[in-house]
Design a protein around this ligand. Structure first.
Ligand SMILES: [Zn+2]
Length: 357
């Protein structure tokens, strides 16, 4: 995302009105991602089917000004062209004012600051401004999209005695949650190239609604070879991203079962190392927010490495060492919550984890 000097008139900005307001207030306005529109989709909230969510693959053009809250002189306050897109007569405020970020000190995080910035930019005439339509554009299908391994049967359609159901309920997982939120099933008739998937628990991994990877887990607690069979790019996926990206914090773990225990706030890496794609995605999704790094017992070096990678960015990184041989999936929600809260407390980060109850 290169910033360019604003040598052009505001007419070339995607949102000339906002651009003109910013130029009036801040004088020095630069562009980032000039000319590129947001790519957003409207999707159904998997936890609340009555609600739709806006899911952005990219937010497009930004106007970069010097942040008035932290003596910034480097144009570190980035304001998206969709900032303040509409007026809400109920609240008397513009909408989409969360689309601004101070990359110096994360100044615009609190609701009070957002209102201050909104007042500064639009002033009392905010209700007179026209609406900027947010277009739900077509998301281009990335090269990493893959196909399912064969016929997948829903867990809820299987008998309680089916190996996958026995295994998952034996580990105290909620079958309905796995089915409805995580799309977990069983591969009953694999395509010939995926014959090893037969009878495995199918664990799809989506990124912006596209299937980018999947895993097949053998439904057994025994130590076996190839317990997991994986397809797709492990380094370009974060399991459960689509749900986690809307949360106030994130917990990075190693495998899908730990995410099932954590629920909405968990993502897993499909391994112990953080690829640059994953690092970048985490950094831009949870900017300024608490990011827990939890890897299994004995992985101290891997935790340290991932923590170092993330600490270079504007995130509140919280490394978590598991106290025994169990991985997060083996804990109760309450115990996991206590563990995470204690780790956050030890590095002085305050977080509520209200979803983990
Ligand atoms: Zn600032």
């Amino acid at each position: 995302m290169a910033m360019t000097h604003a040598s052009r008139p505001s007419a070339t900005a995607l949102n000339p009105t906002l651009y003109a307001f910013l130029q009036h207030k801040f004088r020095d306005v630069r562009f980032a991602n000039q000319g590129s529109s947001a790519v957003v989709q409207r999707i159904q909230d998997p936890l609340n089917p009555k609600r739709t969510l806006t899911n952005a693959q990219q937010w497009g053009e930004y106007y970069c000004v010097c942040c008035p809250f932290c003596n910034d002189v480097g144009n570190k306050l980035w304001i998206n062209y969709l900032y303040g897109a509409d007026y809400n007569p109920k609240s008397g405020r513009r909408t989409d004012t969360h689309l601004a970020i101070c990359y110096k000190n994360n100044c615009i995080e609190s609701p009070e600051r957002r209102e201050q910035l909104e007042d500064l930019i639009f002033g009392p005439g905010r209700h007179l401004l026209a609406k900027v339509p947010i277009q739900a554009g077509d998301t281009t299908i990335g090269p990493q999209q893959i196909s399912v391994p064969g016929k997948i049967v829903n867990l809820l359609e299987l008998a309680d005695t089916a190996p996958a159901v026995e295994y998952l309920t034996g580990r105290n997982f909620d079958i309905e949650l796995l089915t409805n939120v995580f799309g977990v099933g069983v591969c009953t008739e694999p395509y010939p190239q995926y014959r090893l998937m037969r009878g495995r628990i199918y664990i799809p991994s989506y990124f912006n609604q596209q299937l980018v990877a999947w895993q097949g887990r053998l439904p057994t607690t025994q130590k076996v070879d190839m317990k997991y069979y994986t397809a797709g790019s492990k380094s370009r996926t974060l399991y459960n991203y689509d749900l986690a990206c809307r949360q106030e914090c994130v917990v990075i773990v190693e495998g899908a079962p730990s995410v099932w225990r954590l629920g909405a706030i968990g993502v897993s890496l499909f391994g112990k190392t953080l690829s640059s794609w994953q690092e970048n995605t985490i950094t831009t999704t949870w900017t300024g927010k608490p990011v827990f790094v939890v890897l299994d017992k004995g992985e101290e070096a891997a935790i340290e490495k991932a923590t170092m990678q993330l600490c270079r960015h504007n995130l509140q990184v919280i490394p978590v060492l598991m106290p025994d041989e169990r991985d997060p999936a083996d804990y109760s929600k309450q115990d996991l919550r206590d563990l995470l809260l204690a780790a956050a407390d030890s590095v002085g980060v305050s977080v509520t984890l209200s979803s983990l109850r």
